[in-house]
Write a protein of this length. Structure first.
Length: 902
């Protein structure tokens, strides 16, 4: 069998990969190859494929056959391109070992820099560079990263809190700086660094029981192995769970020739976005540090300088920009920016290093952005003709749109408050919550449904679960490219970083701002779009009135084939949904009128009806109820005038409506002229073992036709008075004869209403919900009676899986963890099972009624993937809650565009 190709070179005179090979080379590797191909200055290197990682784990943590030989050959490629040799005492090449999966997982996996420095190569590098300080700075960095990543994490060692080797070495470094009165790492002298390196190595031996390896090749293999293992590191696994990234993708390993940003004042390193990732502004946005290596910018140990004048901020405006300090390099970088945007047709996130005034590109990827930025960039790039209309629609994800619809602090309420401190606007929107100081507290509070603001000195990858759980994040340190900023931007979470004037004591749980003390008993409000912090609770509001959003949605509607309706139970909901672009109501439940505000009277009538013992009693109660039902329906029909409205016949869980309080029971007994004990007896009789499958839906209309009759009359009269054609929907059916039975009643009632109202004929439509598997299977028969179908995918999912929706908490998490099912089927349609039934029903129904109108009204109707599935099934519409309407519109357009591209 031919050996697998596990290694691809890039840079120098031979680039084997390209940007399209992300699955195999990881995002970082593929884009390094692509940048090399289009002629950008990329230090040469090679990528060990993700396939190698997968095989490595399959192989019991052993490198698959052939890798060693291929790596050795590829190393020669770098040596040749650089004119240097790895491990050579005179002219030593140094490399980095960098992780990089298919999709970016910021800070979740490991990288080691300066690999190859040893007692054998150090003198040669000093002789060559004549820069001893630089060499020992590189060496101390290698020791710090290598001991942490390769010797501790990759070995699965879990040190006690605060005892991690990296922490210990950091503390030693800080101690030395303090002793000498240094402000910055750059103040350290050669002698300082030399002695530090020796102390570091002793500490490593003491803590980890092993020597720091003094051999270039041993370091390289250690680095490669550690990067592979970091795929299964604790934080990477936790992040994958949250992001839904499959475990079997694996990471690639990029081995790349080092370029040095720490060679003195004409060397530097930085990160940038080709446009502002928070606002979407067409401004080159970045941060850089003189005399530093890459990790310094992200770590937040020094406040980075602004890239240019236009984007300097509160935190860094006192520091020199590259535009001012090195105008010619800045110009070159601007050229790279333009080349990249033209090539990728998108906003890129880049890493670069300047070695003695020479620019090198170390990474590029399509940049994460807030929902606001995604929207603004899409519309701008369309105008710039960088992308076309379809692409613009594809550029905003349903989740990002969701974020745009999320609450912001109410500007009016905000104006009345004083800003207590400012930071950088890292994640958009507004957040209000109680203060917590760590991840555990945040998770615990979120479980109880409590909104919290997580306040930290700075966040690190171990905090992700708490960050996920919190409503907003506030940190004292870190810039726009810090961990907290990157993660929150990806999630669209409200976040403020680098609020330098706050003092956080995470252990004591104390936050100090401007002389005031706040604890976990206090509340904060954040304006993440501006970086402003307020004490206490500021009112929030939704942001649906954004004019840019409106233009974008117009574009969306150009490409969409599915209609989008809403599930609305009140006139108020209907109005909101109309504003969001709903094209009708797909599900109007009349039960809502028995809950909450103004429900007293109709509820009393309903209770009388439920507890009636004879038809006479029931008819009397229904008569009273009818006027409430009619006026309720009329209000919603009026709000939706001109648009279709599907009204579902009552499907109430009867037993839930029986009062338990003695006073209420007495009142009912009096009204019905019976004894209280009799109420108890009748209530007892209503008890069901399995109400979900009990006396509900159409079954009620069959045992008590007078219940259907009352509703039908109310609907027909209301519709006639408003001037709309109602769609009457029969719930919980499993056989065509149930519909036939209801239709007979409807035809009689319609004739009566026509006569009473003196009109020739009343127009209406009758259809059914498809929410029982039998109804789906008998769809051709059902369609002979029904003029439309609406998939009630909550019940359909429940009945198809046999999972009680209210009881899944007990087993669903385990099912997801064990990968027995891929996703919660109540959130996203199970396309293979429930979806199969939908397919059968659509085909069956349309085989007898060609123009059968088909929609979906379950919870999943507003979820991106489910909407795409409905598009594929050829449904006429999806119906979802009012706030999901824009999201469903977007998902429908994206599904149509994606289909056209195939
Ligand atoms: P991450 O995925 O966490 O960003 P990277 O692999 O990109 O990790 O590396 C961490 C830092 O080290 C980055 O700032 C990167 O630019 C820098 N770096 C990586 N490889 C090299 C190299 N060969 N020369 C100089 N700097 C490097
Ligand atoms: Mg990087
Ligand atoms: Mg139902």
């Amino acid at each position: 069998m031919a050996e697998k190709k596990y290694v691809y070179t890039f840079g120098g005179d031979k680039t084997e990969g390209e940007g399209a090979m992300k699955n195999l080379l990881g995002g970082k590797g593929a884009n390094l190859a692509e940048m090399a191909k289009i002629g950008l200055p990329v230090p040469p290197g090679f990528t060990v494929t993700t396939e190698c990682c997968v095989d490595y784990f399959k192989n019991g943590n052993k490198l698959p056959a052939g890798v060693e030989k291929q790596v050795t050959t590829a190393l020669k490629h770098i040596e040749k391109a650089m004119g240097m040799k790895f491990g050579d005492p005179k002219n030593p090449l140094l490399v980095s070992c960098r992780s990089g999966a298919r999709s970016s997982m910021p800070g979740m996996m490991e990288t080691v820099l300066n690999v190859g420095l040893s007692s054998k190569t150090i003198p040669g590098l000093i002789a060559k560079t004549k820069n001893e300080r630089f060499v020992y700075d590189a060496y101390r960095r290698l020791i710090m990263m290598y001991s942490d990543v390769v010797m501790e994490k990759a070995e699965g060692i879990e040190p006690a809190e605060g005892k991690a080797i990296r922490r210990q070495l950091d503390a030693m470094l800080d101690e030395l700086k303090e002793k000498k009165g240094y402000k910055s790492d750059t103040d350290l002298t050669v002698a300082d660094l030399k002695s530090l390196c020796e102390k570091f190595k002793k500490q490593i031996k003491k803590t980890l029981g092993r020597e720091f390896p003094d051999d270039s090749m041993a370091q390289l293999w250690g680095g490669i192995g550690a990067v592979l293992k970091s795929w299964n590191g604790k934080k990477a696994v936790a992040y994958r769970r949250i992001e839904g990234i499959p475990d079997d993708w694996g990471t690639a390993v990029n081995v790349q020739s080092m370029v040095f940003g720490n060679m003195g004042d004409t060397s530097a390193t930085g990160v940038a976005f080709t446009r502002d990732p928070a606002t979407g502004d067409n401004k080159f946005y970045g941060e850089w540090l003189i005399n530093a290596q890459g990790e310094d910018v992200v770590a937040g140990t020094r406040t980075p300088n602004p890239l240019n004048e236009a984007t300097s901020n509160e935190q860094n405006k006192h520091l020199k920009s590259m535009e001012k300090l090195y105008p010619s390099i800045y110009k070159q970088l601007c050229g790279v920016r333009e080349t990249l945007e033209k090539h990728y047709h998108d906003m890129l996130d880049i890493e670069f290093t300047i070695q003695e005034k020479k620019l090198f590109m170390l990474q590029c990827r399509v940049g994460k952005r807030t929902g606001t930025a995604a929207l603004n960039m899409a519309m701008d790039m369309l105008k710039e003709k960088l992308i076309d209309e379809k692409e613009a629609v594809m550029r905003v994800s349903p989740t990002q749109l969701d974020e745009l619809l999320h609450p912001i602090l109410d500007p009016k309420a905000e104006k009345k408050q004083t800003v207590i401190t400012k930071g950088l606007p890292a994640g958009p929107g507004g957040a209000v919550g109680r203060i917590v100081f760590n991840s555990t507290e945040a998770v615990a509070a979120a479980k109880k449904g409590e909104a919290v603001i997580m306040v930290r000195e700075e966040t690190n990858p171990e905090d992700v679960e708490g960050m996920r759980a919190a409503t907003g994040i506030l940190t004292a340190r870190g810039g726009m490219t810090s961990h907290a900023a990157l993660v929150c931007r990806g999630w669209g979470k409200c976040c403020i970083v680098g609020a330098g004037a706050i003092a956080v004591d995470e252990v004591k749980g104390v936050l100090k701002i401007g002389g005031k003390t706040y604890t976990s008993k206090d509340y904060l409000s954040l304006n993440g779009s501006r970086g402003w912090v307020y004490a206490g609770k500021v009112a929030t509001m939704d942001s649906s009135e954004n004019p840019k959003l409106k233009n974008f949605m117009k574009l969306v509607d150009k490409f969409r084939k599915l209609q989008v309706r809403t599930n609305a139970d009140t006139a108020a909901d209907a109005e909101v949904a109309r504003k969001f672009g709903a094209e009708g109501i797909g599900l109007f439940r009349t039960e809502h009128m028995f809950y909450g505000k103004n429900s007293e009277k109709p509820l009393f009538c309903l209770r009388k009806m439920i507890l009636s013992n004879t038809k006479e009693e029931r008819v009397a109660a229904l008569k009273e109820l009818e006027k409430y039902v009619k006026s309720d329906i009329k209000a919603t029909l009026t709000a939706m005038k001109g648009l279709p409205v599907t009204i579902r016949l009552l499907d109430p869980p009867l037993h839930e409506f029986v009062p338990s309080e003695p006073a209420k029971r007495k009142e009912l007994a009096d009204a019905l002229g019976i004894k209280v004990s009799e109420i108890a007896k009748r209530a007892e009789a209503l008890h069901e073992t399995n109400p979900m499958m009990g006396h509900r839906g159409v079954r009620l209309g069959i045992t008590y036709p007078e219940v259907s009759e009352m509703q039908m009359r109310a609907i027909l009269e209301a519709a006639l008075e408003v001037g709309s054609v109602p769609e009457i929907m029969v719930p919980v059916t499993c056989d065509p004869r149930e519909i036939k039975f209801q239709k007979a009643i409807l035809e009689r009632v319609a004739a009566e209403v026509a006569k009473k109202k003196k009109v020739a004929k009343i127009e209406y439509k009758v259809g059914t919900m498809i929410e029982i598997p039998r109804a789906a299977i008998l769809a051709d028969e059902m369609a002979k009676e029904a003029e439309f179908f609406s998939f009630g995918t909550n019940d359909l999912t429940q009945m198809t899986f046999g999972f009680s929706r209210d009881d899944i908490g007990g087993f669903l998490p385990e099912y997801l963890d064990q990968k027995i099912i891929d996703a919660d089927p109540f959130q996203t349609i199970d396309t293979v099972g429930v979806g199969r039934l939908i397919e059968i029903a659509v085909k069956g129904g349309r085989s007898v009624r060609k123009n059968l109108k088909v929609g979906i009204c379950g919870e999943q109707g507003g979820e991106g993937k489910s909407v795409a599935f409905c598009h594929k099934m050829g449904l006429n519409y999806v119906s979802c809650s009012p706030f999901r309407v824009p999201i469903a519109r977007l998902a429908a357009a994206q599904a149509a565009i994606a289909e056209g591209r195939k």
